[in-house]
Design a protein around this ligand. Structure first.
Ligand code: ZN
Length: 60
C-alpha cells in the first residue's frame, strides 16, 4: 500500500484519501485526464488563429 504525507499536519495517510482524516486538508486532485484536456484546448486555441491565417493565405 502506498502512502502520502499530509503537507498540513505531516502524517502519513493512504494515497487514496483525498482529504486528510486528521486535519481535513484537501489534497489537490491530480488527474492526468484533466491535464490532457486542458493541454488539447490550449493547443487548439493557439493553433486556431494560425490555421485561419494559413487558410486565408492559401485562398488568396
Ligand atoms: Zn493532515
Amino acid at each position: 500500500m502506498s502512502q502520502k504525507e499530509c503537507p498540513s499536519c505531516g502524517i502519513e495517510i493512504d494515497k487514496e484519501h483525498t482529504v486528510c482524516p486528521i486535519c481535513q486538508y484537501e489534497f489537490p486532485i491530480k488527474s492526468k485526464f484533466n491535464i490532457k484536456i486542458i493541454a488539447v484546448i490550449l493547443i487548439i486555441l493557439f493553433l486556431y488563429p494560425l490555421i485561419r491565417l494559413f487558410v486565408n493565405l492559401i485562398s488568396r
